[in-house]
Design a protein around this ligand. Structure first.
Ligand code: C2E
Ligand code: MG
Ligand code: MG
Ligand code: MG
Length: 280
C-alpha cells in the first residue's frame, strides 16, 4: 500500500517490520497446514480436591508441534488463530478431541471427572456454538455434565447480553461453565451475579504472590468468599508450592490446579496418574 501511494516510498517499512510481517505470514500458513497434518495435540492438567487428593477435573491445554520450531505454547499462536478465524476449526478440534478422550477414560472405568476446555472470544461469539457442542457431545457419547467450558471475563464482557444468553443455553444443556483468570478482567459484581456460571478460577497471578504480597492474599480471600456467597465453586490456578496450597485450603478453597500436583501432561501420562493416584 505504501508503494501505491508513492513510488519511492517502499522503504516505509523498516526491515524489522518486514521480518515481522513475513514471520506472521509463515506462521499463518503453517497453522493452516497444521490442522490437516494433525500437528496439534492436547496436554491435560489435573484439577484436584485437596481434601482427598481426588482428581475432579482435567483441563485440556492446546499445543502445536511445529515441523521446524518445535512445540509452541498457545500464548504464541492463539491470538493469530483468533485474528485469522482459524480458531474456529482449531477450537472444534480441541473440543472433539477432549470429549472423546474424556469418554475413553470414563469407559476405562476411572472415577467420574470433568473435562475442562478453554474457549476464546471468537469461538464464543459464534451463533451456533451450542449446536456445535451438542453435536460433539452426541458424537463422542460424553454426557454434557462431564464437560466444563472455561471463558474469561473479558470474553463475556465483549458482548455481555448476547454472551449471557449463550451461557444460559449451554448451562441449560447441562454443561458446566467456569470464568477463567478471574480477577484480571473488569466485570462488575452486578454482572457476575447475572452470569449463569458454576465456577470461578482464581488467576495464577494473584495466587503466585500470596506469600509476598498481602494485597494479593487479600484479593484471593475476597474472591473465595465471594464465590461461596454466590454459591459458585472455586478453583485456584497456578498452585506451585505446599505453603500456597495450605494457605488456600485454610481459606476454604478446595479445588486447586498447578505444578505442585502435576504439570500439563499427555493423555498416556494421565492414564498412569489415574491408575496410581497423584503424589504431591
Ligand atoms: P489458562 O486457561 O489460564 O491455562 C492455565 C495456564 O497456566 C496453562 O498454560 C498452564 O500450563 C499454566 N499453568 C498451570 N499450572 C501452573 C503453575 O503451577 N505454574 C505456572 N507458572 N503455570 C501453570 P498454557 O497451557 O500455556 O496455556 C495458556 C493459555 O492459553 C490458557 O490459559 C488459555 O487461555 C489458552 N489456551 C490453552 N489451550 C487452549 C485452547 O484449546 N483453546 C483456547 N481458545 N485457548 C487455549
Ligand atoms: Mg483455562
Ligand atoms: Mg486461567
Ligand atoms: Mg490464561
Amino acid at each position: 500500500q505504501a508503494k501505491e501511494r508513492d513510488g519511492n516510498n517502499f522503504q516505509f517499512f523498516s526491515s524489522e517490520m518486514n521480518i515481522k510481517v513475513l514471520e506472521r505470514m509463515m506462521l499463518e500458513n503453517s497453522m493452516r497446514k497444521a490442522l490437516e497434518r494433525e500437528d496439534f495435540f492436547l496436554l491435560y492438567q489435573p484439577q484436584v480436591d485437596t481434601r482427598t487428593g481426588e482428581i475432579k477435573g482435567l483441563e485440556a491445554l492446546l499445543r502445536w508441534r511445529h515441523p521446524d520450531m518445535g512445540v509452541i505454547v498457545p500464548d504464541k499462536f492463539i491470538y493469530l488463530a483468533e485474528e485469522t478465524g482459524l480458531i474456529i476449526p482449531i477450537g472444534e478440534w480441541v473440543l472433539r478431541t477432549a470429549c472423546f478422550q474424556a469418554k475413553a477414560w470414563q469407559q476405562q472405568g476411572f472415577a467420574p471427572m470433568r473435562m475442562a476446555v478453554n474457549l476464546s472470544a471468537k469461538q464464543f461469539g459464534q451463533k451456533n456454538l451450542d449446536e456445535t457442542i451438542a453435536a460433539i457431545l452426541l458424537e463422542s457419547g460424553l454426557d454434557a455434565d462431564r464437560l466444563e467450558l472455561e471463558i474469561t471475563e473479558s470474553t463475556i464482557m465483549k458482548n455481555p447480553d448476547s454472551n449471557t444468553r449463550m451461557l444460559q443455553k449451554l448451562k441449560d444443556m447441562g454443561i458446566s461453565l467456569a470464568i477463567d483468570d478471574f480477577g484480571t478482567g473488569y466485570s462488575s459484581l452486578s454482572y457476575l451475579k447475572h452470569f449463569p456460571i458454576n465456577r470461578l478460577k482464581i488467576d495464577r497471578m494473584f495466587v503466585r504472590d500470596i506469600a509476598n504480597n498481602p494485597d494479593d492474599a487479600a484479593i484471593v480471600e475476597i474472591i473465595i468468599s465471594m464465590a461461596h456467597t454466590l454459591k459458585l465453586s472455586v478453583t485456584a490456578e497456578g498452585v506451585e508450592t505446599r505453603p500456597l496450597m495450605e494457605f488456600l485450603a485454610s481459606r476454604n478453597c478446595v479445588e486447586m490446579q498447578g505444578y505442585l500436583f502435576s504439570r500439563p501432561v499427555t493423555a498416556e501420562e494421565i492414564t498412569t496418574i489415574l491408575g496410581n493416584g497423584l503424589k504431591y
